[in-house]
Design a protein around this ligand. Structure first.
Ligand code: OXD
Length: 312
């Protein structure tokens, strides 16, 4: 009997070294570049990857399962991927990272960190300016998958009021109220911080546009840790320039890396981070993949399957 081949596609060789399968049951191959992957994809039954080049799926005649290494699956649920291939994600890995990112940057606002650092540079004792608190502030989480729920719990633990937005509008632990996507404006109305976590699909592209931004309070901050294209960049620039919202913390952009001449770079009410809010680490993703690998080899159903039609 031939052993299934696992192709690990990532620049970090550690991902391949952490693949564990019952002894001798799989052959593991690793590719770090598209040209290396082009040589190996034809034999692969299982692909464990981050941003696999879609044009190579035409050669993936044996492929049955793709395990995604990152949080988002938009690069995986592409039409080029042959229909029988199951796509699985890695829930539970990114929520704790992203919760710290969100709480960290929300605290950066309320603790007026920039103000005190500026004063320090000028050797000024700024004791007439007081910090604010997260306690009692309203956080609106738009997109309540496992990451959104982890953020809701972290925010609740600090005494924030949490509301959310999801397709179903179903109740979620930690969120006082969950609105359906159609009531986005209502959900945003009272928020001090709005975190965007929607997957990028045709329905969500540009969903945070002029109307959504107009629904926010002028004192509110937008935090985008989903995909750049979920927010209309033109509408966001206008809202920021005209101070119709207080500011934005942006980890994702329609074009990455953000081009050097992009107007967002020079806005004083914008924080830019380079798509690092939910890093993938080989050590954290490997147990999710290895658990599914055992299931795959035993002919048992895979866990964390993505609905390829819905795109998440
Ligand atoms: C992502 C990630 O999918 O960083 O954006 O994991």
């Amino acid at each position: 009997m031939t052993r299934p081949t696992v192709l690990v596609y990532h620049g970090d060789p550690k991902y391949a070294t952490l693949v564990r399968a019952p002894k001798g049951r799989v052959a593991v191959r690793a590719a770090a570049t598209p040209s290396e992957a082009a040589e190996l994809i034809g034999d692969a039954e299982i692909l464990y990857a981050w941003k696999f080049p879609p044009h190579l799926y035409a050669k993936a005649g044996r492929l049955r399962w793709l395990q995604v290494m990152g949080a988002g699956v938009d690069w995986a649920t592409v039409p080029e991927l042959p229909p029988p291939v199951a796509v699985t994600r890695a829930p539970g890995v990114f929520g704790p990272w992203m919760a710290e990112y969100v709480i960290g940057w929300c605290s950066w606002v309320t603790q007026r960190i920039e103000t005190y650092r500026d004063a320090q540079r000028q050797r000024r004792w700024l004791d007439h300016v007081l910090p604010d608190r997260l306690f009692g502030k309203t956080l609106c989480i738009v997109g309540l998958g496992d990451i959104g729920r982890a953020i809701a719990q972290a925010a609740r633990a600090l005494g924030m009021r949490v509301v959310g937005v999801s397709r179903s509008g179903r109740a979620v632990r930690g969120a006082e109220r969950v609105f359906k996507v159609g009531r986005l404006g209502r959900a945003l109305r009272d928020a001090d911080f709005v975190v965007i976590l929607l997957p990028l699909t045709p329905e969500t592209t540009g969903i945070i546009g002029g109307d959504a931004l107009a629904a926010m309070k002028p004192t509110a901050w937008l935090v985008n840790i989903a995909r750049g294209a979920v927010v209309s960049e033109a509408a966001l620039l206008e809202a920021l320039e005209q101070r119709r919202i207080a500011g934005a913390v942006l980890d994702v952009f329609a074009t990455e890396p953000l081009p050097p001449h992009h107007p967002l770079w020079r806005m004083d009410n914008v924080v830019i981070t380079p798509h690092i809010s939910g890093p993938s680490t080989p050590e954290e993703i490997a147990p999710v993949f290895n658990d599914n690998l055992v299931r795959y080899l035993a002919g048992r159903p895979l866990r964390h399957i993505v609905d390829r039609k819905r795109g998440y």
